[in-house]
Design a protein around this ligand. Structure first.
Ligand code: ADP
Ligand code: GLC
Length: 497
């Protein structure tokens, strides 16, 4: 593919590596959050560095529907859940391997939740089988393809590391990436038997976590390296406020933990070409955002008199995201002449509280409860600022979308939010570096101050447009981070002596 060998090697990147990426969701097939964006975009960025990635995905209906008809299944013997095969193909430009196990995955809708909104009761079997299949493929290969490195994402893939490490056959090295340590995949000890897990691993130094089997813990203990999605979260994870009980395990492997920032797909999120927005614009023509603001105001029935900033939220509505704090700050936001458009879904309480806030403030607060990707693009294009008041945020992608679309992020100073947004403090303003607003601690009072600061800056048209242009030029793509992953894979393949 015309790659120049010498420069790659100089950058510490080994030639022609093959990577099996094991992910439970992947754009554009199945998505509940940022993990899917990362699993879908990173392979393309790595391909540009000569790294070949295949993404192993469960055979959910939406995943299978994306496969070409002539793709050949290959049987995989002795997996929990009965008959299973793996189908290798290219779908939507991604090289995928799909674990087809109808009894486990032929269920429409959210991958993890049944129609009652609760976790499927056999999730240990579903993702345990997925991990076993991943380890089998990594160890034996499929159709002559065997990876040099296995890259595991979050708890759903975590047990793979245990199968690889505790198995009898030589296996490729693995990297485990923590996207969110709050979701750990904990199941009763009886799960060890149907999953064929060696009893020898069921102890506090293995995959046991307070009497349960911990899928995420297995990843932390048995993977050869660990990474997470920002340098700040990598440090936070060793502290009890963030480690969710696993801070000691992370700390014990401190030397092998890497923080690599997420990027976004610069083609999908490109304000110059985005077909899902009302008016296209660039850092040279940010004034054209106005057409999007008008379209957004119409969509949310907001009275757009242009006096105050239009804030937006695009988020899962969960405690992690701190949106209960924003509810407390709404009176202040409205008093400043600002308005709010929110797109999200999640906790029933938050959904109804935001709907009530919209009903009480027609023309000033608009709320759409649900999942709507095209609308998420229009919100980034048409808003002035995006609010991300998360209690913790491993990386966060919506503030990166905001930067790219000149929608200034107002963020809690935590995790990847702290690493990607440059606060408009005096020094940064003097240096001409500010791209948004950070606040700390994560409280309603501190959020209210940040909203105030954003409103003050908005009132200064010159300052605001300088910040918008700068935000739009801030690098948010995968370039440097894909190189960091490629170097990490290279170290795993050829350990330094
Ligand atoms: P998390 O993975 O914790 O939910 P991220 O910021 O990493 O947070 O990623 C969230 C992703 O999901 C982003 O791509 C965002 O645009 C998208 N998203 C969140 N809520 C919605 C929604 N209601 N409709 C459409 N996209 C959404
Ligand atoms: C998780 C985190 C989010 C991160 C995403 C992708 O869902 O909550 O901060 O951006 O994974 O890594």
């Amino acid at each position: 593919m015309g790659l120049n060998r010498a420069p790659m090697e100089r950058r510490g990147i080994r030639e022609r590596m093959k990577v099996l990426s094991v992910a439970s969701e992947c754009v554009p097939f199945v998505k509940t959050g940022g993990l899917a964006d990362v699993a879908g975009a990173l392979p393309g960025a790595l391909a540009r560095l000569g790294v070949e990635v295949r993404v192993l995905m469960p055979g959910y209906p939406a995943m299978k529907a994306a496969l070409p008809e002539d793709a050949e299944p290959r049987a995989l013997a002795r997996l929990p859940g009965g008959r299973a095969s793996v189908i290798s193909a290219q779908a939507a430009g991604v090289d995928v391997m799909v674990l087809d196990s109808p009894r486990l995955f032929d269920r429409p809708g959210n991958p993890y939740l049944g129609p009652d909104g609760r976790d499927w009761s056999d999730n240990h079997l579903r993702y345990g089988a997925f991990c076993r299949a991943a380890a089998r493929i990594a160890t034996n290969g499929v159709g002559g393809w065997r990876p040099d490195v296995v890259h595991l994402h979050d708890w759903q893939a975590g047990l793979t590391a245990a199968y690889l490490k505790l198995g009898r056959r030589p296996a490729p090295p693995s990297l485990f990436t923590i996207h969110n340590i709050a979701l750990q995949g904990l199941f009763p000890p009886a799960a060890t038997t149907p999953l064929g897990l060696p009893r020898g691993g069921f102890h506090p130094g293995g995959f046991e976590y307070f009497g349960q089997v911990g899928f995420l813990k297995a990843g932390l203990v048995y993977a050869d390296r660990i990474s997470t999605v920002s340098p700040t979260y990598a440090r936070e994870l060793t502290r009890p406020e963030f480690g969710m009980g696993l801070e000691g395990v992370v700390a014990s492997r401190r030397a092998e933990v890497h923080g690599i920032l997420n990027g976004i797909d610069l083609e999908v999120w490109n304000p110059e070409t985005d077909p899902q927005i009302a008016a296209r614009f660039s850092a040279r023509s940010p004034a054209r955002k106005a057409g999007n603001r008008a379209a957004l105001a119409r969509r949310f029935k907001l009275r757009d008199d242009g006096t105050g900033p239009l804030f937006c939220v695009v988020s899962r509505l969960t405690r992690q995201k701190g949106l209960d704090l924003l509810l407390e700050v709404l009176p202040r936001l409205l008093a400043r002449g600002a308005s709010l458009a929110l797109l999200g879904s999640g906790d029933a309480d938050l959904e109804s509280e935001y709907q009530a806030a919209a009903a009480d403030n027609p023309g000033r607060i608009g709320v759409v409860i649900g999942w709507d990707e095209p609308l998420s693009h229009l919100m980034q294009a048409g808003s002035d600022a995006i609010l991300v008041p998360s209690r913790f945020e491993p990386c966060g992608l919506t503030q990166l979308h905001g930067l790219r679309y000149g929608t200034l992020p107002v963020v809690a100073r935590t995790g990847g939010l702290a690493d990607t947004v440059i606060d408009a403090n005096e020094a940064a303003l003097r240096a001409g570096a500010a791209t948004g607003f950070q606040f700390s601690p994560v409280s309603a009072a501190a959020l209210a101050d940040a909203v105030d600061r954003a409103c003050d800056a908005f009132a200064d048209g010159k300052l605001w447009s300088a910040m918008v242009r700068r935000a739009m030029r801030h690098p948010v793509g995968w370039g440097a981070s894909a190189e960091a992953y490629a170097r990490l894979y290279s170290e795993l393949v050829e350990p330094a002596t």
